[in-house]
Design a protein around this ligand. Structure first.
Ligand SMILES: [Zn+2]
Length: 313
C-alpha cells in the first residue's frame, strides 16, 4: 500500500518541488542605446539594437540609458531616440544611468545629481508616451558612495525624484569579452569573434554558479538574482544562446521589481570601497564575513584580456 502510494506520488512531489523553487533572475542591460557608439556605424548600432530587443522580448528585462549616447554632433538623434522607443514598444522597461556615465566617486555630488536630471530629459517624455515615469536608477560603475553622508544625500535625492536603486548581484567582466568581440569584428576576424561567444556564455554561467553559492552561504537559499550586462555587439549576437543557457539552468526571467521583492534586498550594505562589486558581497561585508567567503570568483581569462587590450577587471 505504502509502495503504491509512493509510486503514484513521487512524480507529483517532484513537480511540486520544481514549481516551488524555480531560480529567478532580472536581466538588466546598461549603457543604452549602446556602449559602442564611437566604434560602430549607425546601421550596425540600429541592427544590434533590434536584435537585442528581439532577444529580450518577454523576459521582463530593463535597459539603463545614458542620454549623451543619444547625441550625434551634440544634438539628440531622432533615430537613436526611436531605438529606445522600440524597447518600450516591445514591453521592455527603461531606467536612468545618468546623462554622462560619470562615476560617483570622481564627481562632485551636485554635478552627479545634475547628471541624473539631465539623464531624464528624453527619458521622461519617452516613458510618458507609454504611461510610465522614470523609476529605476543604476549607478555608473556601480559606485554607490564611500561616505555615509554622501550616500544619505543621494538616497534622499533619488527618493525625491521617484527613483529606486537597481542593485546587481551577478556582477561580471562581460564588458571585457564585449570589447574583445567588437575589436575582432572590426578587424574582420569574424571566426575568432564567433568563437568567443561560447566562451563568454560558459564564463557567465560560472559567475551564476559562484553567486548562487554565495547566496546560499549568506542567506541559506538562492535569492532572486540581478544580472548586469551591456548593450553591445556581443550581446546582440549572444543573447538568445545566453538566455537559453540560463533557462536550462532553471531560471525564470523576472522584472527588477519582482527580484527586489526578495527580502534579501533589504539587507544592510557594509561596503564603502571604490569598486563596483556584487551586492551579495556588499551584504556579506555588513556581516564581516571572512576572506574565504569571497574566494573562487571566476576571472576573465588572460587571452580575453589581451584581445580586449585591458589590463584587468
Ligand atoms: Zn554603465
Amino acid at each position: 500500500m505504502l509502495r503504491r502510494f509512493l509510486l503514484v506520488a513521487s512524480p507529483f512531489l517532484l513537480a511540486v518541488a520544481q514549481a516551488a523553487s524555480p531560480r529567478q533572475v532580472a536581466i538588466t542591460i546598461d549603457d543604452l542605446p549602446s556602449s559602442e557608439v564611437s566604434l560602430s556605424s549607425e546601421a550596425d548600432l540600429a541592427a544590434r539594437n533590434a536584435r537585442i530587443i528581439a532577444a529580450l522580448r518577454g523576459t521582463n528585462a530593463i535597459g539603463f540609458v545614458n542620454e549623451n549616447k543619444l547625441e550625434v554632433d551634440g544634438a539628440v538623434s531622432a533615430a537613436r531616440l526611436q531605438w529606445l522607443r522600440d524597447w518600450l514598444a516591445a514591453g521592455i522597461a527603461l531606467g536612468n544611468h545618468t546623462y554622462n556615465h560619470n562615476g560617483l566617486h570622481a564627481t562632485a555630488i551636485a554635478d552627479y545629481e545634475r547628471s541624473i536630471l539631465d539623464g531624464e530629459r528624453q527619458l521622461r517624455p519617452l516613458l510618458a508616451e507609454f504611461g510610465q515615469a522614470p523609476r529605476w536608477f543604476r549607478h555608473p560603475y556601480l559606485q554607490a558612495g564611500q561616505e555615509d553622508a554622501l550616500r544619505t544625500r543621494l538616497d534622499a535625492f533619488l527618493g525625491e525624484h521617484g527613483y529606486r536603486v537597481a542593485p546587481v548581484t551577478v556582477d561580471n567582466g562581460e564588458w571585457i569579452y564585449a570589447r574583445a568581440y567588437l575589436l575582432l569584428r572590426n578587424a574582420g576576424k569574424h571566426d575568432e569573434a564567433q568563437a568567443l561567444i561560447p566562451e563568454y556564455i560558459d564564463y557567465l554561467e560560472a559567475k551564476f554558479q559562484f553567486f548562487e553559492q554565495a547566496s546560499k552561504r549568506l542567506f541559506g537559499r538562492e535569492i532572486a538574482q540581478v544580472l548586469l550586462i551591456h548593450a553591445n555587439a556581443l550581446n546582440a549576437d549572444a543573447l538568445p544562446a545566453l538566455l537559453e543557457r540560463l533557462r536550462r539552468r532553471g531560471y525564470d526571467f523576472v522584472s527588477l521589481e519582482d527580484a527586489l521583492a526578495d527580502p534579501a534586498y533589504q539587507h544592510a550594505d557594509g561596503y564603502r570601497g571604490r569598486a563596483g562589486i556584487s551586492w551579495l558581497h556588499r551584504w556579506a561585508m555588513a556581516e564581516h564575513k571572512p576572506k574565504v567567503f569571497y574566494e573562487g570568483e571566476p576571472a576573465v581569462p588572460q587571452p580575453v584580456l589581451d584581445l580586449a587590450g585591458v589590463d584587468g577587471e
